[in-house]
Design a binder for this molecule. Structure first.
Ligand SMILES: NC(=O)c1ccc[n+]([C@@H]2O[C@H](COP(=O)([O-])OP(=O)(O)OC[C@H]3O[C@@H](n4cnc5c(N)ncnc54)[C@H](OP(=O)(O)O)[C@@H]3O)[C@@H](O)[C@H]2O)c1
Length: 557
């Protein structure tokens, strides 16, 4: 049996951040024990004390009597109270019917997939107020059309409703001008009253997802935003659920199997906000400040640190408001719904995938045996809707957390990903400016910065050797140097992810799946174990990137 020590965040000055579950369990010494030899180690926490309560695995508690004898009383399956729908399952569609939503971040990648799914599977949903940053109502309505209604993602709904598509969409989606950074989330007072009396479910998907964003900007959207929205939620008379879209990486640089647990309240978020907004002597160095503060407390970058603080303020403020927190890992293109391969934006692993396909990057800095935790966007949305129905049908003032992640259930190892990228581009190469297929070599993976750096320079030199005189012009040399620097910067930002040593436990998500009916599993499935990575990466995700993100441009068709 291998014993993993549950490490606190790496650098800990006076303030520590641990798990509430651990701190409330006891002050006695704790160990997290992972059974060896399994990709899915069963976790058990052992309280090493005279009262000898031994907790093993997620669902079984074994009580040893105080006399210390070894006969154990097993209390099987600690299954939480489940309010099943009378027709079986969670009752997702039934829950959605007639409900009124208030959604932020709907113009973004994930928000759109959520709205599409609600409108397609529950056309009799009440209405969806969509918070949009815009100068006035007219501009918000314009953005609703351009950024949501008229996008490719909605093509199935367009087919379903034919000539009534626009009137259907306009009857359900109500654009409202706002900004999560402002008090009352920037709503006009009339809208604020209207929504507060009308809304059943609030979904906060708004975020700034730039890893090294300015500290003040990131904290404003990712920490103050949830706080402003929760303040608004408390005014909503019939609210059933506040659902926050977070990220699995709020767990910072924790290692081993990471459970779906809230944070303790030991980090002084107020002081962090003050530091970000007050004149702190950092001048233009606000990017640097964000990274410094994140690393000081054990998070890899400003994005995940400010998102983690967003969760902390929600927990601190929620009072009687029922809360669900969805923590997806890296969200990539849709698996099958509304069609496979839909994607928006060139994010996370995708710049590397695309540079590689164009022959501009032949290696990367990554732990070859490490795991990249990827989930398709439609699975994230399905899990979100299942959690929403589960906790919205029988609201209780609790906070439930869900890791929508694949690293425990179906790990995708980096060297396998590299093979799959090669397989894809080998059979469907990109084209150069002359229309000639670009042949890419197998991707080299480096686990040392020096080796990676050398590789980049050798690659640049090799390209130079392919010029007629074997020399780089000054201009080409400058371009090469800049490219090498950019790639090194990219590798540096990604390093905490490409060398990440944690795996996201998803017991709560598995539990949700178990209480779904067969029909719900078909319509709202999120079984990451069912993903065949070869098929998904080579036939779904990369073709989706080429079609919807690169839009067939510059040889990507
Ligand atoms: N993408 C991923 O791989 C990933 C992984 C894990 C978790 N997540 C989480 O999932 C959620 C959605 O991410 P995404 O990929 O869809 O992000 P995205 O495409 O960048 O969209 C962000 C959304 O937030 C809105 N927004 C930003 N600042 C705002 C403000 N001050 N007030 C109101 N709205 C604001 C944006 O509006 P504008 O259009 O006006 O800018 C946009 O609609 C986020 O909470 C993110 O942290 C994402």
């Amino acid at each position: 049996m291998e014993t993993l020590t549950l490490k606190p965040f790496s650098v800990m000055p006076s303030i520590k951040c641990g798990w509430r579950s651990l701190s409330t369990l006891s002050k006695v010494s704790m160990r997290v024990v992972a059974c060896s030899g399994a990709l899915k180690p069963s976790i058990s926490t052992e309280r090493v004390s005279s009262s000898s309560v031994v907790v093993r695995a997620a669902e079984s508690v074994v009580l040893a009597p105080p006399n210390g004898k070894s006969d154990e009383i097993a209390v099987k399956s600690l299954v939480p109270y489940v309010d099943m729908d009378e027709d079986g399952g969670i009752g997702i569609v039934k829950f959605l019917r007639g409900k009124v939503f208030f959604i932020t971040g709907a113009t973004g990648f994930l928000g759109k997939v959520l709205i599409e799914k609600i409108l397609r599977t529950a056309p009799d949903v009440g209405k969806i107020y969509v918070l949009i940053k815009a100068k006035d109502e007219e501009a918000a309505a314009e953005r609703l059309k351009n950024d949501i209604i008229n996008t490719q993602l909605f093509k199935c709904l367009r087919q379903i409703h034919g000539k009534y598509y626009m009137s259907f969409m306009m009857s359900k989606l109500i654009p409202v001008v706002g900004n999560v950074c402002e008090s009352d989330v920037g709503l006009h007072v009339d809208f604020s009253h209207l929504i507060a009396n009308d809304v059943d479910v609030i979904v906060n998907s708004a975020a700034n997802t730039t890893f090294d964003e300015r500290y003040d900007v990131a904290i404003d959207i990712n920490t103050k935003g949830p706080s402003n929205l929760m303040e608004f939620a408390k005014k909503c008379s019939k609210l059933k659920l506040f659902l926050q879209i977070s990220t699995a990486y709020v767990n910072g640089q924790r290692q081993g199997r990471i459970m779906e647990k809230p944070f303790c309240k030991e980090l002084d978020v107020e002081s962090e906000m003050k530091l970000a907004f007050e004149d702190n002597g950092m001048g233009q160095n606000m990017k640097e400040l964000g990274l410094q503060r994140a690393k000081r407390y054990g998070w890899q970058d400003t994005y995940v640190f400010t998102k983690a603080m967003g969760e902390m303020v929600i927990d601190e403020m929620r009072g009687e408001v029922p809360v669900a927190i969805i923590r997806p890992s890296v969200i990539e293109s849709t698996f099958k719904d509304p069609f496979p391969g839909w994607m928006e934006g060139n994010r996370m692993m995708d710049p590397i995938v695309l540079y590689y396909g164009k022959g501009q990057l032949t290696g990367f800095l990554v732990d070859p045996n490490g795991v990249i935790d990827v989930v398709p966007a439609d699975m994230v949305v399905n899990a979100t809707l299942a959690a929403m129905a589960r906790h919205g049908r029988a609201p209780r003032p609790s906070m439930n957390i869900y890791h929508v992640a694949s690293s425990v259930a179906n790990p995708l190892v980096f060297h396998r990903l590299a093979d799959l990228l090669h397989q894809h581009y080998d059979s469907s190469p990109c084209l150069d400016v002359d229309g000639t297929p670009i042949r890419v070599p197998s991707m080299k993976l480096f686990d040392s910065v020096d080796d990676f750096s050398n590789h980049l320079w050798q690659d640049a030199a090799r390209r130079c050797a392919s010029t007629p005189d074997g020399k780089l012009s000054k201009k080409l040399e400058a371009i090469c140097k800049k490219t090498v620097e950019q790639l090194k910067h990219l590798a540096d930002i990604y390093q905490p992810y490409t060398f990440f040593n944690g795996r996201f436990d998803n017991s709560n998500v598995q539990g949700l799946m178990e209480i779904m009916s067969e029909e719900e599993k078909r319509e709202f499935g999120f079984d990451v174990e069912s993903i065949d990575w070869k098929d998904y990466i080579t036939n779904v995700h990369i073709p989706g990137l080429r079609r919807h993100v690169m839009k067939g441009k510059r040889g990507f068709n």
